[in-house]
Unconditional design. Structure first.
Length: 232
């Protein structure tokens, strides 16, 4: 059976940032004792998807080999005293999420650097979009498409990049912090490559993130129309 380890980009453990896994040497926790799946020791996941339960993005995924008896386990992981990394097997979709996250801080928020899409409903300020959206009963229609895309992408992906992207955008966007949820949506879409996800959800997620990439802000979607603003 193969086992996996999700690590930071410098191969540090997510549990202890100071614990760096070497590439060609074993690591050992002598004080690890038999017991349950959690506790002192080295934790190895039973699948790539399960490895994300114990890590975040950006990340690297390694195949790992236990070098001592199993001290405890559950459906997702084992705990051992000694192990080593075999090889880096980070999937392409993880690398693309890593790249996406790295680009968020460099985005030009609300600088209107590209032409707006003709299909948008464009306003000068965010307050104006809220007023127009309320008049159009956005709460009955606009949130539905976003929430449906979020749920569908999450169910298809089964991985946890969304929260990391949301937090990255929240920290980087400043006044444009409504971008955080759309960054989380976009990261889920990247993970869904090759998975079953409706075209309507894919198109909706891409169109939302395109607003921020062009340097505008997105308030909501009203019956398929994006309500967009130039400035706060």
């Amino acid at each position: 059976m193969k086992f996996y380890k999700c690590l930071r980009l410098n191969r540090a453990s997510w549990h202890d940032e100071g614990f760096i896994w070497p590439l060609r040497k074993s690591v050992e926790i002598p004080e690890a004792k038999p017991g349950g799946p959690c506790g002192v020791g080295l934790h190895l996941a039973k699948s790539i998807n399960a490895s994300f339960l114990y890590g975040k993005f950006p990340a690297l995924i390694f195949e790992a080999k236990p070098l001592s008896p199993i001290l405890g386990e559950d459906d997702t992981k084992i705990r051992v005293a000694k192990a080593r990394l075999i090889k880096n097997i980070t999937p392409d979709y993880v690398l693309e999420v890593n790249k996406f996250l790295a680009g968020i801080p460099a985005m030009k928020w609300l600088e209107n650097q590209k032409s707006p899409r003709p299909e948008w409903k464009l306003f000068d300020t965010r307050a104006a979009t809220w007023d127009a959206a309320r008049a159009a009963t956005w709460d009955a229609a606009g949130a539905t498409a976003r929430d449906a895309a979020w749920a569908a992408a999450g169910a298809a992906a089964g991985a946890a990049a969304g929260a990391t992207a949301r937090d990255a955008a929240w920290a980087a966007a400043g006044a444009a912090r409504l971008a955080a949820w759309d960054a989380a949506l976009m990261s889920r879409l990247i993970i869904c490559q090759g998975l079953k996800l409706g075209k309507e959800h894919r198109d909706h997620i891409k169109s939302r993130w395109d607003v921020w990439q062009r340097g505008y802000g997105l308030t909501c979607n009203v019956r398929g129309v994006l309500y967009v603003y130039k400035k706060i």
